[in-house]
Design a protein around this ligand. Structure first.
Ligand SMILES: Cc1cc2nc3c(=O)[nH]c(=O)nc-3n(C[C@H](O)[C@H](O)[C@H](O)COP(=O)(O)OP(=O)(O)OC[C@H]3O[C@@H](n4cnc5c(N)ncnc54)[C@H](O)[C@@H]3O)c2cc1C
Length: 408
């Protein structure tokens, strides 16, 4: 027998079962209520914090699972429970990763714990990159960060949009332009500490799905933050900008885009969330098809229904395998030579959308009501072809990676 296995080890199985228990017993029963309320489910986040599921330690442990499967497994179970609440629980992680990827050890130690708070006083964090005119096209970003040398402060001005936890976060991580001449190479990330004057919440969006997750604009008006809030520090930024100017002048060789490599490694986690939603809807549809009787027999006795379920399950398993492959590659330090991370997010996102639509169809009229969860799951699934890079952008990245051509 060779070493290859897709079997989870005992530790992974017990973590998976533990998360599944929380998803089934705490998240599922609360899902419809928080979807209707369209509010952050603070009590559920607190429950998760009490058992250690909402904490930096937990995510760090999963992140350092050498097989790479810790994070996708956790995501799949949480989002099987509920996507809106799931995003409220894992949204902070997006900001934390922004600090872990770019911050110094001191910055990580200072800010990441403040993002989570503690079980008696839970906090959330927000990652603010998108802007009204800079969604897929990050290089169109306008939010400006200007250094005030006399005071050793950065001054932020601009409007961010679509920020998960924007305005209600303790800590905001904001991406801003520090050198407009350099396009996306002239961006840097900043910490905006709790209660900083000049940062305010703009409109809160009323959404189609994941309604328990707070999404809002973040407005920055002469928002002054200490110099030490520039992630990575000023010296490193100055060196990076000088190198970028040199390359722009000499037309020197393009360095590998570090941000793209980070996206390839993080996208499978988002794909795993989509797998969780799809699996949840498929399970409801399978049970329903076995028990709903029409024309004197369970509807699953019709090939038209049974084959749909066969396709749904096949696509879910295929999506999970793509997610696991990319997660394993990230953990093993393998280069994403075919944009395998983007592939996994593309396929899983599209699968969640089609599978949840099929699940609604299998439940007939009931599928269309809020008495059954598949209607919510379908609304939730729709975001997975939009955020963290739309399906079109994933295809663009894959096509460019495969061809080496500047496809537009
Ligand atoms: C609920 C929610 C939560 C979010 N959370 C965050 C967050 O926490 N932080 C954050 O920074 N952002 C967040 N976002 C923003 C999200 O990442 C963007 O919405 C996404 O990147 C798309 O940008 P856009 O909405 O401006 O669409 P656009 O970029 O305007 O795209 C519109 C359409 O054009 C297509 N398109 C664009 N360019 C091309 C091209 N070159 N080729 C083919 N098609 C193209 C797109 O695929 C899409 O179909 C969130 C968004 C939502 C809705």
């Amino acid at each position: 027998m060779g070493d290859f296995t897709l079997e989870l080890n005992d530790d992974q199985k017990s973590v998976r079962d533990w998360i599944h228990g929380f998803a089934a017993d705490v998240m599922r029963p609360a899902a419809a209520e928080w979807d209707e309320r369209e509010e952050t489910p603070w009590p559920v986040i607190q429950e998760a914090a009490k058992i250690g599921l909402y904490s930096l330690d937990f995510y760090a442990q999963q992140f350092f699972d050498p097989t790479g499967l810790g994070i996708p497994m956790a995501m799949e179970e949480l989002f099987w429970g509920d996507a809106g609440i799931g995003l409220s629980i894992v949204g902070t992680g997006l900001a934390a990763v922004g600090v872990l990827a770019n911050g110094t050890e001191e910055q990580i130690g200072t800010w990441v714990p403040q993002m989570y708070g503690d079980a008696n006083d839970v906090k959330v964090a927000a990652f603010c990159s998108s802007e009204p005119d800079a969604g897929s096209d990050v290089s169109a970003m306008r939010t400006r960060a200007v250094y005030d040398e006399a005071k050793d402060e950065w001054v932020l001005n601009g409007t961010k949009t679509w920020a998960t936890n924007g305005g209600i976060a303790a800590v905001h991580v904001v991406v801003a332009v520090v050198d407009p001449e350099l396009g996306s190479k002239g961006h840097a990330s900043f910490i905006v500490p709790p209660n900083t004057p000049g940062l305010s919440q703009g409109q809160k969006f009323k959404k189609h799905g994941i309604r328990a997750s707070h999404t809002a604009e973040v407005v920055l008006e002469d928002c002054r933050i200490p110099g030490e809030c520039l992630l990575g520090g000023k010296e490193k930024l100055d060196e990076r900008l000088a190198r970028a100017h040199e390359r722009a002048k000499t037309g020197g060789e393009r360095v590998k885009n570090a941000a793209m490599a980070t996206f390839e490694a993080s996208r499978p986690a988002v794909g795993a969330q989509a797998v969780g939603i799809a699996r949840a809807a498929y399970e409801v549809a399978l049970d329903y098809a076995k028990t709903r009787v029409q024309f004197g027999r369970p509807i699953i006795d019709n090939q038209g229904i049974a084959f749909q379920l066969a396709d749904m399950r096949t696509q879910i398993d295929a999506a999970r395998l793509l997610v696991w492959r990319a997660s394993w590659m990230a953990a093993a330090g393998r280069p994403f030579t075919s944009a395998e991370g983007s592939m996994s997010k593309l396929y899983a996102g599209e699968t969640a959308k089609t599978v949840t639509a099929q699940a609604m169809q299998i439940l007939g009229g009931n599928g269309y009501t809020r008495e059954y969860p598949v209607e919510r799951m379908h609304r939730d699934a729709a975001i997975y072809t939009i955020f963290e890079g739309t399906s079109e952008i994933q295809r663009l990245v894959i096509a460019r990676t495969l061809s080496g051509m500047p496809i537009r």
